[in-house]
Design a protein around this ligand. Sequence first.
Ligand code: UDP
Ligand code: MG
Length: 136
Amino acid sequence: MSEIEKTLSIIKPDAVERGLENEIKKIFEKKGFSIIKEKKIQIDKSEAEKFYKIHETKPFYNDLCSYLSSGPILAMVLEKENAVSENRKLMGATDPKDADDGTIRNKYGISIDKNSVHGSDSIENAKTEIDFFFSD
Ligand code: UDP
Ligand code: MG
């Protein structure tokens, strides 16, 4: 059975820098996601380290955290039936060169690190990630 879910999406610095926020938001809305909260912020590196803690043992962790804190981002709560998996489908593969046609990363991603969007990968992580940005 499908359930209404919430997931966290982030428009990453590379896409904000290129002025793609509204274009990407329209893609979510056209696909039936409601953007129920949004916040444009720049986080510092220690906050990025906390956000990406699940990746702390990975070789790309340091660069990833530097990158996410390098400029403004747009954090959003998206709501839809099966929002977590539907958003992952719409985002496409982590590496834009592997992302299917019609996905956000295929269209806008520059490289595996500058891949334009983040999306929670499970319902449990979505809750944690939404709290991270929208606990107040
Ligand atoms: N990443 C990277 N190099 C890699 C793998 C991942 O720079 O070899 C970055 C990439 O920006 C990715 C983020 O780390 O979006 C988190 O990785 P994850 O495997 O969770 O990918 P995602 O869930 O974002 O598709
Ligand atoms: Mg991930």
